[in-house]
Design a protein around this ligand. Sequence first.
Ligand code: PMP
Length: 404
Amino acid sequence: MFDVDKIRDDFPILKRKVHGKPLVYLDNAATSQTPQIVIDTIVDYYSNYNANIHRGVHTLSQEATDKYEQARIKIQHHFNAKEAFEIIFTSGTTHSINMIASGFASLLKEGDEIIVSALEHHSNIVPWQMLCEKTGAVLRVIPMNLEGALEMDFYHNMLNKNTKLVFCNHVSNALGTVNPIKEIIDAAHKVGAAVLVDGAQATPHIKPDVQELDVDFYVASAHKLCGPTGMGMLYGKQEWLEKLPPYQGGGEMIATVSFEKTTYAGLPHKFEAGTPNICGGIAFGAAIDYMNTIGFNEIASYENELLTYATNQLLEIEGVKIYGTSTEKTAVISFNIEGIHPYDIGAILDKLGVAVRTGHHCAQPIMDYYKIPGTVRASFSFYNTKTEVDLLIEAVKKAKLMLS
Ligand code: PMP
């Protein structure tokens, strides 16, 4: 039995009020809230064993190193990576993607092709455009359709012997569409291309198995799954991580340094130059543990119930249009009300205690496709309730009345 009231007790922030109204937090796709156990982990780190890691002989440093490396193993197990050293700690999805884009600069040549999907976040578009400028490679785009799903026939036809890399998000942040990544990966591998999957929006709802997917790179941010900001991960297959050059030079990532020649450390340290976000890594591990205690199957089926409940009620409001109607979607509703700017709706919702996101959601090409300036996006988490959905609906009706 999914006990949402008990779960809500784990999140102190859910008790606060905004403009005198109980907070209804529906901006989970932007960042998730933090359970007490993760907050306690952060406090415990700074209160009891704050120290630099990996090179200290003293007790605090060893304790911090152990906890940091244990977190890496937790993340390895969560994503079912073969080796712990295939998990690189980063500052988030954006950092992870830039790391791979920068690494491929030395492997690509003019005429090579890179494929991205039409459903990408800007952080999975701009680094590849920069990579194309540097290398002369060509960027090609898998088109989307009105439902907000990818046109897979186009994708299969685009693949050829020049295709070197394919990038796709697992779940679209703007629409919630779950993309057929297994099909994307298998087809790319047939022409010898590597695949990076952006899991920023999938990981709060789905537990990915990187070995079963046979994906080359999988990236995610801790703050979307109950962890801290400024923390994330990159999974890379060992063979790829060994082939790619380091991203940054500095301490921690070397084996030996002299003015004549420097040799690099092995994985994962080769990609982790400088003092990392130690506390963030440990708290990321605690967040993964927390989510697993709730269970990803339970999370998915509960959120799906919320999604159906909210979608049905929203569609009863005249003038509401939902963008992203694929049957394969997570609990995200992107919508507009005819004749009203999304920002105005968001501002009124905030006054009523309801936190949603408005705008292009860092996915301008999707907005251009629909010829709209943006949407109102309500994104649900396992700690949201049907009562909160009712409050959202009531607030949308009020906003419509005030703005019509
Ligand atoms: N990709 C997707 C699909 C996202 O939703 C986000 C965050 N909105 C990012 C990438 C970037 O993540 P971060 O800002 O944590 O680096």
